[in-house]
Design a protein around this ligand. Sequence first.
Ligand code: HEC
Length: 171
Amino acid sequence: MNSPFGMKSWRLFLALAAVFFAFALPARGDGRIVVKVPQADRELLQKDMVRFMEQQHALIDALAARDMKRVETLARSARPPLARIRALASGKPLPLEGRLPQIKGDEALFLRMRKNLPPPFLNMLLGMRETWAKIENDASQGKDAEQALKHMSALQGHCVACHKLYRTEDR
Ligand code: HEC
């Protein structure tokens, strides 16, 4: 029973395997980083996301028709206060022009988002919003659809990057 595969080695192996599975598997999940947020905030985030997708669809539709007036209107209506997300990502207090009066307790939400969402997450959100603003600017200056399509590609790059990296769970 002194062989390397004797009882003792097997016990040690099983104990190590148990420790490995106890720690490694739950932490690994599907490979994405888990961000925990309160359930109501998570629902709000999901609603926003579906809206992003709708807005993106509408933008692509307008671009396909080369209707830059519609692109401008859509990008403008899709744009939330850029000041809000800039303040969120840079750690500054919520500025007046960044408030969302339609959301009850929007300042508390702003502070919870800062607490719960990691900085790279906030930066990707900011990148997405800034790209949206570029599309609006370009369209308002009469630039053509080609430029806007490049921005759209960058915009979707942010969606993809964040979804590959993060998922949410209820806190
Ligand atoms: C900074 C990160 C981030 C960015 C940028 C982002 N998302 Fe998301 N999105 C998430 C997270 C986190 C979830 C929740 C996924 C989960 O918990 O599994 C989500 C969920 C979604 C969902 C599913 C909503 C539901 O009903 O469950 C859609 C659709 C979506 N995103 C679309 C988009 C689109 C389109 C864009 C770009 C225009 C985008 N997202 C940009 C982080 C992001």
